[in-house]
Structures are given as structure tokens and as C-alpha cells.
Design a protein around this ligand. Structure first.
Ligand SMILES: C[S@@+](CC[C@H](N)C(=O)[O-])C[C@H]1O[C@@H](n2cnc3c(N)ncnc32)[C@H](O)[C@@H]1O
Length: 244
């Protein structure tokens, strides 16, 4: 059982709300950068899938661009409920939400210009390459998959990070300290690196990364260098077959 699954089972309502506040505060700038990148590439009009939307912070930012049509999916009902609430509160009414069941994506047959997935890769574990291949199958020819995750070599110690989060009021009082510490260590060891993501794409239908970079992340008063890994991979621009 992954950390998110475990926490969702123990705190089904509180976790999505807390996590949404955390991601919304720490990643707001990154979500905006993602939205700007898509809008620039698609001349303002594109269909986007957010895979593993969690409490729906990214779709809310994407939905500020009226030309983007957004589907947001997650494997967790509780996360989707929080995401739907967040979309309602912010007026992001054009976002469609759907549940991932087993290895099946909702919105059958829908193809996307962009598939985006933020902070999910590390949760996909041994099935990650299969998931990437599935995401590939939902891209239009020439479409782009953008994967963003925390980067394993992010140079920050647990106590420094927890202190910075506490300073920002982003640590929930209901989460015991020991669990946080255990969670941080489990999370850290599951995170991708530049090399591991290359290996993963190689196993999937993408084959190669089209671009990779590392970004800093500000947590209150500290800036953590190389904290985020941004990877883009492309579906080939040609449709192959059917052959007669
Ligand atoms: C750490 S949260 C990231 C949420 C959000 N994308 C963000 O930027 O904050 C990981 C999310 O991925 C979801 N997830 C994990 N495995 C999944 C899968 N196989 N299919 C869809 N969602 C998945 C979890 O339920 C959780 O909501």
C-alpha cells in the first residue's frame, strides 16, 4: 500500500483538504508554468488530461484559460470529491472529472493534445511503464506528455523541510510527527531521478524523453535546488497503420 492510499484510508476527508492546501501553496507557480506552456504550444486551444489530479489544484489553474478543455482523473474517490468541490468553489465548471478503475482510464476513446501528471509518477511503482504506455495511447499524434515529480536528489534534510512547512502553517496537527517522518523517508526513496525516468520511458511506448529539466522549489523561507523534475515525452507525429 502506498503512502497516499494509507493516509486516505486513515484520514479520508482531512487528507485531500490538507494536501490541496499544501500543493496549492507550494506548486502554484509550477502549475501556472504548466498552463502557460500548454497555451503557448497549442495557441490557446487544447484538450488536456490531468492524470492523478488529486484535490484538483492543477485543473483549476488550467481552467483559467478558456480555450483549454480539461479532463481530470484519479484512482481515489475521496480525492475526486475534494477536486470537484474545489472546481465548484473556484468556478472551474468546464472541468470533467473521472475515476480511474484498475488499468482503465475514463472518457473512453478521448484523445488529448497534452497529458499532464504532477507528483504521481512515484506512486505508480512497478506498473509505471504500463501506465505511461496507457497515457501514450490517449495522446493525439504529435501530442505531449508532461510528467512533473519531486526529484530524488533534492538536497534538503527532513528536519529542515518539516521546520519550513511548520513555519508556513502547512503541517496538519492531526498527523502524528512519527508518521510524517516515516512518510517523508518512504516518499524520498520512491522519487524518480533523471536516469530512472529515462529507463522508465525506455520501457514504455514513449521510448525517449523530448526534454528534461530540474527546477527549484520554495518552501517558506528556504529554496530547495533541483527539487522538481520536469519531463516531456512526445507521441510520434505520424499515425502508423492500419496496413492492408
Ligand atoms: C501526491 S498526489 C498528486 C496530486 C496532484 N496531481 C498534485 O499535483 O498535487 C498523487 C495522486 O495520484 C493518484 N494516483 C495514484 N495512482 C494512480 C493511478 N494509477 N491512477 C490515477 N491516479 C493515481 C493518487 O490518488 C493521488 O491523488
Amino acid at each position: 500500500m502506498g503512502l497516499t492510499d494509507f493516509l486516505l484510508q486513515t484520514t479520508p476527508q482531512a487528507l485531500p483538504r490538507w494536501y490541496g492546501r499544501l500543493a496549492g501553496r507550494l506548486l502554484a507557480g509550477v502549475y501556472e508554468e504548466i498552463a502557460d506552456r500548454i497555451v503557448r504550444e497549442e495557441d490557446g486551444n487544447g484538450r488536456v488530461l490531468d492524470f492523478g489530479t488529486g484535490p484538483g489544484e492543477l485543473p483549476v489553474v488550467l481552467a483559467r484559460h478558456p480555450g483549454l478543455r480539461i479532463d481530470a482523473v484519479d484512482v481515489s474517490d475521496n480525492m475526486l470529491m475534494a477536486a470537484e468541490d474545489r472546481a465548484r468553489e473556484t468556478g472551474a465548471t468546464r472541468v470533467r472529472f473521472g475515476l480511474v478503475e484498475g488499468m482503465a482510464l475514463p472518457f473512453d476513446g478521448q484523445r488529448y493534445d497534452w497529458v499532464v501528471s504532477t507528483l504521481v509518477l512515484h506512486e505508480l511503482k512497478e506498473r509505471a511503464a504500463d501506465w505511461l504506455s496507457l497515457l501514450f495511447s490517449r495522446l493525439r499524434p504529435g501530442g505531449t506528455c508532461l510528467l512533473l515529480d519531486l526529484h530524488r536528489s533534492l538536497a534538503v534534510q527532513e528536519d529542515v523541510l518539516l521546520a519550513a512547512l511548520r513555519e508556513e502553517g502547512l503541517l496538519p496537527s492531526w498527523l502524528p510527527r512519527g508518521l510524517l517522518s516515516k512518510g517523508w523517508r518512504a516518499l524520498h526513496s520512491s522519487l524518480p531521478t533523471l536516469d530512472s525516468v529515462d529507463a522508465l520511458l525506455g520501457e514504455s511506448r514513449f521510448g525517449l524523453a523530448a526534454g528534461k529539466r530540474l527546477l527549484p522549489l520554495s518552501v517558506g523561507s528556504i529554496e530547495v535546488q533541483d527539487a522538481l523534475l520536469w519531463v516531456e515525452a512526445k507521441a510520434p507525429d505520424v499515425t502508423i497503420g492500419p496496413f492492408s
